[in-house]
Design a protein around this ligand. Structure first.
Ligand code: IZC
Ligand code: ZN
Length: 417
């Protein structure tokens, strides 16, 4: 047998090949393969077998994994990738205990990033997005979702979506785009949020025609959009053929989790203060809960949310960085895996399902990303770790040794190619 790439001497391989989304107690069922090898041809996984048989494969390139852990590339299902500026000046306000929604009400927070994004040139936004994608790649992420939502006017929302599209074309990582024009109420529409939502909904046709986003998302929150406004907006998006997502029940429990289920959202995101009824409905639905414990950490919340209850009730859960300049400023999904272990009390097996197969399903890539199996895209990470439990355990650093994207070595011991 011939191969473009052979990875041999794999100590532990996570294939994550259960039919997804993986729900409830199935998330805790993980059977790593030991002492195996993987062969790749034409960017796809071609063969997985015992390491003893690898010697008979003639490969153009061979990587000796040195007995380490090998997994699918991580899938990052919720980021606000494209933005201008940064918000380090808000750290002092946070330390004084000023709540996130109060900063927003005073024209800071999201609205401060909106000003910076409106002012930024297309090229500057693109360069910045590519920089953050590189960092995600170096941390083992091979597929990433990216939201707009820092324009809040037609021109800037389209600018952000076009930047995301070009970033996805230029960068080796796969990018899935979401239109989050309904992220905040811009000051000019403070008195008439409905009129603002109509303007954002006016963009649906353009976005579809130019293939600028697959999903439409809304921030359902106190001082932002109500459940009723969100319902109407998301139904319009569905009529136009978009999949829908919701920033739901992040800070105040408004019933966004229930709305995510009712609207048939592919994911309900945050859900930190979801009600018991919301959890029950989520578990009985096809909607994936995308939990963002890094945001709870960064906003200094006491409670990190009911992910444990959700899995125990039978729901499918994913986790994500929520990478954005305000409420979770990190590209390191490995750090989030540690926070999920320590604060959400998820097991290592549940965490690995959450960042691979379930994350892929949460962004409509269940058939492509998050799994190592024959004919799947060869998105593979070799970790400087002896086993899968080690990654959440040893926190705050980057354990990536080698990242393979579409069968090509993207990053290897310190250098990005
Ligand atoms: O820029 O603060 N929660 N949107 C909803 C965010 C956090 C991003 C931000
Ligand atoms: Zn978000």
């Amino acid at each position: 047998m011939q191969a473009d790439l052979l990875i041999k001497n794999i100590g532990q391989l996570l294939t994550m090949d259960k039919q997804g989304p993986v729900k409830g107690s199935d998330m805790n069922d993980l059977q790593p393969l030991e002492n195996v090898a993987v062969a790749v041809n034409n960017g796809k996984i071609d063969w997985i077998g015992p390491d003893d048989e690898a010697a008979s494969i003639q490969a153009k390139k061979t990587i000796n994994a040195g007995g380490k852990l090998v997994t699918p590339g991580l899938v990052e299902p919720h980021t606000h990738l494209v933005f201008g500026g940064s918000r380090e000046h808000e750290m002092a306000l946070k330390q004084q205990g000023v709540p996130y929604l109060d900063i927003l009400k005073e024209g800071g927070g999201i609205l401060s990033t909106v000003n910076a994004t409106r002012e930024a040139s297309y090229d500057d936004l693109l360069e910045k997005a590519l920089f953050h994608l590189d960092r995600m790649a170096r941390h083992g992420i091979t597929t990433v979702e990216a939201k707009s939502g820092y324009g809040l006017d037609k021109e800037t929302e389209l600018k952000q979506l076009k930047v995301a599209k070009e970033a996805g074309e230029k960068h080796p990582l796969d990018l899935v785009s979401t239109f989050l024009g309904a992220h905040a109420i811009p000051p000019e529409y403070k008195a008439d949020p409905e009129a603002f939502l109509d303007i954002m909904a006016d963009l649906f046709d353009d976005i579809k025609e130019q293939d600028l986003a697959e999903f439409v998302d809304i921030f359902t929150e106190t001082g932002v959009f109500s459940v009723e406004q969100s319902r109407r907006y998301l139904l319009k998006a569905k009529e136009k053929g978009f999949g829908v997502k919701i920033h739901a029940d992040e800070i105040d429990p408004l019933g966004g989790t229930e709305l995510a289920v009712e609207a048939g959202a592919i994911s309900g995101d945050h859900l930190a203060v979801a009600s018991d009824e919301g959890i029950r409905q989520l578990a009985a639905s096809d909607t994936i809960g995308v939990i963002l414990p890094g945001t709870s950490f960064y906003l200094g919340k006491d409670s990190y949310g009911p992910a444990r209850k959700m899995i125990d009730a039978g729901a499918a859960i994913s986790i994500s960085t929520d990478f954005n300049p305000g409420s979770s400023v990190t590209e390191n999904l490995q750090l989030i895996m540690s926070i999920a272990a320590l604060k959400l009390k998820l097991s290592p097996a549940e965490i690995w399902h959450a960042v691979t197969v379930n994350a892929a399903h949460a962004i409509g890539r269940g058939g492509q990303a998050g799994t190592i199996a024959a004919d799947r895209t060869a998105d593979i990470v070799i970790w400087d770790a002896p086993n899968y439990m080690y990654i959440p355990y040893h926190y705050g650093v980057n354990h990536v040794n080698t990242v393979i994207k579409n069968g090509n070595v993207l990053y290897e011991r310190g250098e990005i190619r």
